[in-house]
Write a protein that binds this ligand. Structure first.
Ligand code: PMP
Length: 406
C-alpha cells in the first residue's frame, strides 16, 4: 500500500504537541445536556458589560485615532503606571511602571517566559499538581520538570531540597486559590519560599490570576513584595481576565528591568504589542476605582457558588472522598479512594451527563495521582450543581462496590 507523502513537514517541536485533555473534554461538554464542572470559564454574570461598553465608546470618541494606532511594545503608559501603583495592595510598594510589561493575557506571559528561560532539558520546578495551561506553554521548550510536593496548604517549601533547586531556571508558583486545587499558601510558607529561592538563586514566577477573588479568610502579601524584601527574583503575572473579562485578553508581567527588556524583544517578535484600543478602554474602565465597587459583587457570586458545591458534596459524596475548601477563586480539588481512576470515572460521568477534569494532566515530572479531579463551581446554577454532584456521588459510590453505572 502506498502512503501519500504529506506536502509539508511540521517542526519537531510541533510534532511533539499533543492535544490538551481539557480541550478534548470541553468539546463534549459544549453539549447543552451536560452539566459541566470541567471548564475554567469565569461566570459571565460577573462581566461588567455596560462599564466596558461606555469605556470603549469614550476612548473611541475622545481618542479614536491614537486608540487605533500601533503602540509601544511595553504597553500603554497610563495602564503600566496604574498596575505599578495597584501592586501596593499585595504588599509591593516600590514598583516602577518600567518594571511592568502589558501582555495579551497571562497565557502569553507564560509562553514568553518559556522562550526566555527554557532550553531543551532545562530544569523547571512546578507545583504538583500545577496549572495545565502553563505546563502546555513550557512544554513547547522541552524542559525537564521537577515536581515540588504540595499538601492542603499548597507548595511545601521544605520540598525545595538542594538536589531539586540546583540549576533550576525558575519555580512556577500559584500562591492564591491555585488552579487546579483551590489551595492557598500561608504567610509562613510564602516567607520560607522566597527565602529559599533567594538563597538558591532560583527566580520565582508568581502567577496570581485569582488573588482578587478572595471570599473567605484574610488577604496575604504576594510573593513579589516578600521576595523583593528577601532579595529573591520574582516575576509576577497578573490578568484582567478574572476581574473584568477574559475576552479582553489583557494581562501584565512585573519583573526587574533586565528581564522586562528581554521580554520586550520577545514580545515584539510575537505580536508587536497588545491591542492599543483594549489597553486604553480597560484603563478608562478602571482608572477611577471601578474595581472597588465591581469586585465585591463578583466575590459574593463566587462565594455563593462555592457554598452550593460544598453543601452538595457534603450531602452526596461517600465518606471516603475528600476535597479542598477554597477561600477564593473558581476551583476545588477532589481526592477519591486510591482504587478509583478519575479518567475512567469521567467516561461514566459523561454517559450520565456530568463532566469534570481528571487530575492526571495537571501533573508533570512525577507519577500522576489518578484518583484526583478538578471541579469548577462558578458557571453552573445551584439546582444543576446539586444534580451533577448527586450523580457524581452515586458513580463514585458504585466504583467502590465494583458496580457499574447504568
Ligand atoms: N494562569 C492561570 C493559573 C490560569 O488559571 C489562567 C486562566 N485559566 C491563566 C494563567 C491564563 O489567563 P489569561 O491568559 O486569560 O490571563
Amino acid at each position: 500500500m502506498s502512503v501519500t507523502p504529506q506536502p509539508y513537514t511540521f517542526s519537531q517541536r510541533a510534532q511533539k504537541i499533543t492535544s490538551s485533555a481539557i480541550r478534548e473534554i470541553l468539546k463534549v461538554t459544549e453539549r447543552p445536556e451536560i452539566i459541566s464542572f470541567a471548564g475554567g470559564l469565569p461566570a459571565p454574570k460577573g462581566f461588567p458589560v455596560d462599564a466596558i461598553n461606555t469605556a470603549f465608546d469614550n476612548v473611541l470618541r475622545q481618542n479614536g485615532r491614537s486608540a487605533l494606532q500601533y503602540g509601544p511594545t511595553e504597553g500603554y503608559a497610563p495602564l503600566r503606571a496604574w498596575v505599578a501603583q495597584d501592586l501596593a495592595r499585595v504588599g509591593a510598594n516600590d514598583v516602577s511602571p518600567e518594571e511592568v510589561l502589558i501582555v495579551s493575557g497571562s497565557q502569553q506571559a507564560l509562553d514568553m517566559l518559556g522562550k526566555l528561560f527554557i532550553d531543551p532539558g532545562s530544569k523547571v520546578l512546578v507545583e504538583s499538581p500545577s496549572y495545565l495551561g502553563a505546563l502546555q506553554s513550557f512544554s513547547l521548550f522541552e524542559p525537564a520538570y521537577q515536581a515540588v510536593p504540595t499538601d492542603l496548604g499548597g507548595l511545601i517549601p521544605k520540598g525545595l531540597t538542594d538536589e531539586r533547586v540546583q540549576d533550576a531556571r525558575f519555580i512556577y508558583a500559584l500562591p492564591n486559590f491555585q488552579n487546579p486545587t483551590g489551595t492557598t499558601l500561608n504567610l509562613e510558607r510564602r516567607k520560607a519560599l522566597v527565602q529559599r529561592c533567594a538563597q538558591a538563586n532560583v527566580p520565582i514566577i508568581e502567577d496570581d490570576p485569582y488573588g482578587d477573588l478572595r471570599y473567605a479568610g484574610e488577604d496575604l502579601p504576594g510573593l513579589l513584595g516578600l521576595g523583593r524584601a528577601a532579595g529573591a527574583t520574582v516575576i509576577r503575572l497578573g490578568t484582567f481576565s478574572k476581574v473584568l473579562a477574559p475576552g479582553l485578553r489583557l494581562g501584565y508581567i512585573v519583573a526587574p528591568r533586565p528581564i522586562i527588556a528581554k521580554l520586550v524583544q520577545i514580545k515584539q517578535a510575537t505580536d508587536l504589542h497588545t491591542a492599543t484600543l483594549t489597553q486604553m478602554a480597560v484603563y478608562e474602565t478602571i482608572k477611577s476605582g471601578f474595581l472597588k465597587t465591581h469586585l465585591p459583587a463578583v466575590r459574593e457570586l463566587y462565594k455563593q457558588q462555592c457554598g452550593y458545591m460544598l453543601t452538595a458534596m457534603q450531602e452526596f459524596f461517600p465518606s471516603d472522598v475528600t476535597w479542598t475548601k477554597p477561600e477564593g477563586g473558581m476551583f476545588l480539588w477532589v481526592t477519591l479512594p486510591g482504587h478509583i481512576d478519575s479518567n475512567e470515572l469521567l467516561q461514566r460521568a459523561i454517559q450520565n451527563k456530568v463532566a469534570f477534569v481528571p487530575g492526571e494532566p495537571f501533573y508533570a515530572g512525577v507519577t500522576p495521582q489518578t484518583n484526583t479531579l478538578r471541579l469548577s463551581f462558578v458557571t453552573v446554577p445551584e439546582e444543576k450543581i446539586r444534580e451533577g454532584i448527586a450523580t457524581l456521588g452515586r458513580l463514585i459510590a458504585e466504583s467502590g462496590t465494583g458496580l457499574k453505572a447504568a
